[in-house]
Design a protein around this ligand. Structure first.
Ligand SMILES: [Zn+2]
Length: 168
């Protein structure tokens, strides 16, 4: 396997080789972890083991393995107690000194112990779409009734001015 400078310094290459967060799932092509800055309880990330920048760069085998990972991560999310997970995350030695405000915030949520009502599955595929690290990650974000005031339109709301399709 060749290794470029970007791979040697790539944070998600470090994660996918097991040198950072504990895996909650892995298969032939992907690993998954719980995000340590969760937006909602169970917020997980699926990361290719190979240094792949875009979802459109996945090989045929990786495309198959992607769906296996997505289904597997959903099962893990739905069988995890977040009331146990997040207090444990706050005491992780490798995270000491890191801000824990997102973890503290999800621990206060009224649906912390609920099963997800829905999911947002997404990746920011390119800098213009909000990608900050050039190694693919797919966000698996559990959604809960009431987590936002009006969820209609979902991911359309990344462009708030044109999100609303309910014509008056
Ligand atoms: Zn990488």
């Amino acid at each position: 396997m060749t290794s470029s400078t970007s791979q040697q310094t790539c944070y998600f290459c470090k994660v996918s080789s097991g040198q950072a967060d504990p895996f909650i799932f892995q298969n032939r092509s992907f690993v998954a972890i719980f995000d340590t800055n969760p937006v909602n309880p169970g917020h997980a990330l699926i990361i290719p083991k190979r240094h792949v920048v875009s979802i459109f760069d996945l090989s045929g085998q990786e495309r198959d393995d992607y769906f296996d990972a997505l289904y597997g991560v959903k099962d893990v999310i739905e069988s995890t107690s977040f009331a146990d997970l997040y207090p444990r995350m706050m005491t992780r030695e490798d995270l000491s000194g890191r801000p824990m405000d997102h973890v503290e915030a999800v621990l206060e949520l009224p649906f912390l112990t609920s099963k997800p009502d829905a999911y947002t599955v997404s990746n920011n595929d390119g800098r213009a779409a909000g990608r900050s690290i050039d190694h693919l990650l797919v966000i698996v974000l559990p959604r809960y009734s009431g987590d936002v005031a009006d969820p209609r339109g979902g991911i359309r709301n990344v462009i708030p001015d044109r999100a609303n399709y309910h014509r008056r």
